[in-house]
Design a protein around this ligand. Structure first.
Ligand code: UT7
Length: 329
């Protein structure tokens, strides 16, 4: 038997509060023109004070479970990919398990920064295909506003909050996960990191005063890696899936910057801009959740139909990267 895992339900959650470029103009020395021309972003969402990775992730999960026509007790395992867990421990996956009432599910958090959705999807695919679990809930929730320094104009314009979820299973109809390719390069770890808050630099009055608990990024360097890595991961994944780029109906890249997305798309021979799905203008970079939110929107807008192939690709801190080829049944 050679059955492949599928995504049989998706969901997403975006908090209500909108942070516009003109709001950011009041906070740091920047302009709407600069932000739009350098990033393509116009606005992003911010979680409320009572909203966390777990609550946003639970909201997205409920939608995904209903979309898959399942009930929470039918979820066997929960994988949460996030860089902004509610706590160091217990895992956000355990909190979500409780909030959605998935009493019989195992639960674990993984960390692959912005590539987290693809890493989690790959694990879910493997576990489902080996028969270890039947229905796996993948959740990627991010409250990036909690680690963003709103005094640093080079990063605070980029990030937003949100959550995505999907159900991976062998049963039911959906998007067959044909192939996933993942990669990492820990030598470049320092290009994008939150230096404080781990065991190397636990929180102290000094570390907090020195803003060590916020995202630090060498933007230019990260930019170049992002373009190259998403291109190579995508091409390797297409080759492994024996799919020609002409056959791809939609590409959903990580929504880090419109210029990264455009530069990556130009490296393909047959990838016109209208086949690249974008949410970056309205949600900014929501890290692990970005690809999942975009996939959910594409499906909900009924912009993809049976028979089409979809390419997902992501890149993030680690460095980490990956790509997946999906086939809409
Ligand atoms: O999700 C993980 C992956 N993350 C990413 O992939 C992000 C990758 N990096 C980027 O998207 C871009 O590098 C940024 C959007 C962060 C920056 O764009 P850039 O075109 O690389 O700008 P830059 O860093 O080269 O800065 C150009 C100028 C600098 O001024 P000088 O040194 O030329 O005088 C910056 O100080 O723009 C200045 N600048 C700003 N000006 C107005 C930087 N941030 C801002 C700002 N508003 N917000």
């Amino acid at each position: 038997m050679n059955r492949k895992a599928k995504i049989i339900g998706t969901g997403s959650y975006l908090p209500e509060r909108v942070l516009t470029n003109s709001d950011l103009e009041q906070m740091v020395e920047t302009s709407d023109d600069w932000i739009v021309s350098r990033t393509g972003m116009k606005e992003r969402r911010l979680a409320g004070p009572q909203e966390y990775a777990s609550t946003m992730g639970a909201a997205a999960s409920r939608v995904a479970i209903a979309d898959a026509e399942l009930t929470p007790d039918q979820i066997d395992f929960i994988i949460v990919a996030t860089s902004t867990p509610d706590y160091t421990f217990p895992s956000t996956a355990c909190l979500i398990q409780d909030q959605i009432g998935a009493k019989s599910a195992g639960a674990v958090d993984i960390q692959a920064a912005c590539t987290g959705y693809l890493y989690a999807l790959s694990m879910a695919k493997a576990w489902v295909e080996t028969g270890a679990y039947r229905n796996i809930l993948v959740v990627a929730p991010e409250k990036l506003s909690s680690i963003t320094n709103y005094k640093d104009r080079t990063t605070c314009i980029l990030f937003g909050d949100g959550a995505a979820a999907c159900i991976v299973s062998l049963q039911g109809k959906g998007l067959v996960i044909e192939t996933i390719r993942l990669g990492a390069d820990g030598e470049q770890a320092e290009l994008l990191m939150v230096p404080g808050g781990g065991c190397r630099q636990p929180a102290t009055a000094d570390s907090v005063a020195n803003s060590q608990h916020y995202i630090k990024m060498a933007g230019n360097e990260v930019f170049k890696h992002a373009v190259r890595r998403m291109e190579s991961a995508s091409k390797e994944c297409l080759e492994a899936a024996q799919v020609n780029e002409k056959e791809i109906a939609w590409v959903i890249p990580h929504q880090a910057n419109i210029r990264i997305i455009d530069a990556m798309a130009k490296r393909f021979e047959h990838l016109p801009p209208e086949r690249v799905f974008k949410t970056v203008h309205k949600y900014g970079n929501t890290s692990a959740s970005s690809v999942g939110i975009a996939l959910d929107e594409l499906l909900r807008a009924e912009m993809t139909k049976s028979g089409e192939k979809i390419l997902l690709t992501a890149f993030g801190a680690g460095l980490t990267w990956g790509a997946a080829v999906l086939h809409h049944e």
